[in-house]
Every structure is written in structure tokens, then in C-alpha cells.
Design a protein around this ligand. Structure first.
Ligand SMILES: [Zn+2]
Ligand SMILES: [Zn+2]
Length: 242
């Protein structure tokens, strides 16, 4: 895969927008999938940040949470905080399968990726849903970002390399510790796909990083060399607190 494939993917959705003018996924105004006003309102994450979790950190110091509980990932980053128009857009992608909106947000994610992350990765994987959740929803919203990111980075897209083997309860009202326990051992990775490789995991929202940690542990057990993660959004810390 190469950049031309991604351009074709992107222009396909842009072409549809010319035929059927869209409404903005952030505010509902007609005109663009993701309007300039919502883009200006998105609270982007940028340096200085914790080198591990990518949360704001004065002076770029490793944060106290990562010092206390070192993540199983090399590093994880997000494009913007899960708030306002970003939250609206992700809700629409998660429940209404708005692939063109996901493509519009992927373009914004790529700006952060290219400006601040110089990760050389061998494969891109969406954080998988359980079979039960996949059947309920019909698709994995993380894949709507992982595929165009893989295309844009010219990297192999391996959605089947990691599987969720245990259905886990919703984590919305769980504390940090409970989340770690809830997802521990919930994933399994295929050594043939990941052994010796540098992996980029992609998700829509990162809250505490518990799910990513469980994914990274499974990938490392299957021989992955390094695991990074990149999400569209990050829950601000206060709402993730127990
Ligand atoms: Zn808007
Ligand atoms: Zn940190």
C-alpha cells in the first residue's frame, strides 16, 4: 500500500461530499464533514507532554501516573481531548458508521502524527471489539481510523492480528485499578503477524489506557518488538478518576 491508495480513498469520500453536501459531524452545520469552527474548538494534545502517555506535562517530564504504573506500550498519543465537537463526531462514527467523517478526522490525526510522532511502524492494528460487541454494532469504529492511517503511512493493515477473546463489561463507571483488572488477559495476538514487528494500535478514545495495556501485553507475548498507540481522542483526567 502507498500514499496513492490513501489519496484515492480520501478523494472517494471528498467526491461523495460534492454530490451530497454533508453536515458537520461536530456541530451539524451544513457544508463540510468537519468544519473549520469545530476544528478550531478541538483541544489538541501537543508537546510538552509525558513521553509515555502523551498527556500535557510541563517540561516534558514523565508523569506521576506513568512513573507509578509504567505502561506496557512504548508510547501512546491522541489527537485531541474527548470533548465538545470531537465527542459529538466520535459518537456519530461509533453509532452511525459515518466513514467519511472518520476520514475527515483521520486527516487531522495525520497532521499531529507527522508533526510530532516519527514512529516507524511495520503494521497498523485497530483495537478489536469482542465478537459479541461486533455483532451488536456491525463494525469496529477503531477500524474506520486504522485503515486510512495504514494507507496514509504506507504500512501493512492487520485487523486480524489481535483478537479480543473475552467479552468485558463496560468500563464507564470503573476506577483505574478496576479497569486494569477488567481487561487483563482479554486479548490474544497472532505471532505470525506481529513477531519482531513494531506495531501501531489505533483506537477512537483512550480513557485510562487499560485496554491498550492489555493489548500491548498480548502483542509483546506474541513477540512484538515495540508497541505504540494513537487515538483520535483522550478523556480528560478528571473524568477518568475513580
Ligand atoms: Zn462543525
Ligand atoms: Zn504519562
Amino acid at each position: 500500500m502507498n500514499g496513492a491508495t490513501y489519496r484515492a480513498y480520501h478523494f472517494f469520500w471528498r467526491g461523495l461530499d460534492l454530490l451530497f453536501p454533508p453536515a458537520c459531524g461536530g456541530c451539524g452545520q451544513p457544508g463540510a464533514r468537519w468544519c473549520a469552527r469545530c476544528d478550531a474548538k478541538a483541544k489538541r494534545l501537543a508537546p510538552p507532554w509525558c513521553p509515555s502517555c502523551g498527556m500535557p506535562s510541563p517540561g516534558g517530564e514523565i508523569c506521576s501516573r506513568c512513573r507509578e504504573h509504567p505502561p506496557a506500550l512504548q508510547a501512546f498519543r491522541s489527537w485531541a481531548f474527548f470533548d465538545g465537537p470531537v465527542r459529538n463526531a466520535l459518537h456519530r462514527i461509533k453509532y452511525r458508521r459515518d466513514i467519511a467523517l472518520a476520514d475527515a478526522l483521520t486527516l487531522q490525526m495525520l497532521k499531529t502524527y507527522r508533526a510530532h510522532l516519527a514512529w516507524q511502524v511495520d503494521a497498523v492494528l485497530p483495537v478489536p471489539l469482542s465478537r459479541q460487541r461486533l455483532q451488536e454494532r456491525g463494525y469496529n469504529q477503531a477500524a474506520l481510523f486504522a485503515l486510512p492511517l495504514a494507507l496514509a503511512l504506507g504500512t501493512s493493515y492487520r485487523p486480524a492480528a489481535l483478537r479480543r477473546v473475552r467479552h468485558t463489561r463496560s468500563q464507564v463507571d470503573l476506577s483505574w485499578e478496576q479497569r486494569q483488572e477488567n481487561v487483563a488477559g482479554a486479548f490474544i495476538a497472532a505471532p505470525d503477524d506481529v513477531s519482531g514487528k513494531t506495531i501501531l494500535l489505533v483506537d477512537d478514545v483512550i480513557t485510562t489506557g487499560a485496554t491498550l495495556n492489555a493489548c500491548a501485553s498480548a502483542l509483546r507475548s506474541a513477540g512484538a518488538r515495540t508497541v505504540y498507540a494513537f487515538s483520535v481522542a483522550r478523556t480528560p483526567l478528571r473524568s477518568a478518576a475513580p
